[in-house]
Ligand binder design. Structure first.
Ligand code: 9UX
Length: 72
């Protein structure tokens, strides 16, 4: 089941961080795409909820050295 999750990512200090985070998220099985906005800090992820959930997405971002929380 495809769904979209929006995370607020913190700790991005240059534009290349976006590529790191997008690559990290898109490497997860079940993630179709991830788009990160440097200015807003928002990451929009389309993923299969049966394969990868919001907590998995957050953990992947955190393991890459950034902060992440669910967008309210
Ligand atoms: Mo830029 Mo981001 O030199 O992890 S890539 S700060």
């Amino acid at each position: 089941h495809a769904t979209n999750t929006i995370l607020i990512v913190s700790g991005m200090t240059c534009a290349s961080c976006i590529n790191t985070i997008q690559y990290t998220l898109e490497s997860l099985p079940g993630v179709e795409y991830a788009r990160v906005n440097l200015l807003t800090g928002e990451a929009n992820i389309k993923h299969d909820i049966n394969k990868v959930g919001p907590r998995d997405l957050i953990k992947a971002v955190e393991d890459s050295g950034y902060g992440a929380e669910l967008h309210k």
